[in-house]
Design a protein. Sequence first.
Length: 256
Amino acid sequence: MGDSGEHSAPKVRRLHKVLPPTGAARIQDVPLKSLEALNGVGSGWKRMVQMILKTGWTSRRWALHDVTLLVVTLALGACSNTVASLHYVAPAPLWTVAAPSIGGVIAQDQRREAPTRLATIMGGYGNPLKTLDTAKPVKDEVADAFLEGLRAREMLAPASQAPLRIELRVRKFDADMIIGRTARIDLTMSLFDQPGAVVYQNSAVDSEPDMKFLETGIFANIADLQALSQTVLNRTVNRMLDDPQFRAALDRYSVR
C-alpha cells in the first residue's frame, strides 16, 4: 500500500494559515532544510531572511522560489576557513657575513587577533566570508621567516656558541579585503647579547595593497591575501637583516 500524500511530503514549517487580504504571494510552506542552511550564514543576513519568512507573505516579487534562491545564495557565501603556512624565499644575490653570531629567534604576539588568524575577506556588512589561519601561531611563522633569512645569509650559529639572539615583537601582521586587499606588518626586532642587554633594535612598518574590482566578497580568493602577506613578510625580513647598522652590530660579535 502506497503512502498517503500527507506522509510522503517533505517536512515543512507552516507559517500562516490564511492568505493576507492584499492578495500578495504567500510563503506558506518553507522546508526546514532551507532554514537549516542559514546556520552558516552571518547573523545579520540570517535575521533578515528569518524576518521575511516569519511575515508569512511578501510581494509577488518575493515569492517562495525567490526566498529559496536567497537562502541558497547566502549559504554559498557562508564563512569558510583555509589553513596554510608561509614560506620565506631569500632574494638573490645575498649579502652574507664573514662569521655567524645569532643563535636563534623568538617572537611575541602583540596583535589583537586570534593566534593563528592571518587574513579575512569581509562582506559588505562587515561579516567575515572567508578566513585564513596559519598552521602554527602567526608569531612562529614570522620567527621562522627570520630564521630562514638568517640561515640563507649564513648568520646562524649553534645556540651554545652564539653570542647573540633575536627577539621579535609582532604588533600587527594581517591582511583583509572589503573592496581592496591590503596586508600589513608592524614589528620590532631586538638583538640581545648573552647577558641579556639590547645591543641593537629596529622597527618596521609596511603594507602591500592590491585591487581587483571584479573579485570581491564570495568571489574573492583568500590565496590573494596569503600572497600579499608573504610579500610584506619577505620584504620586512630582507630590509631588517640587510640593514647596514644591523650588519655592523653583528660584526662586533661574530663567532670566528
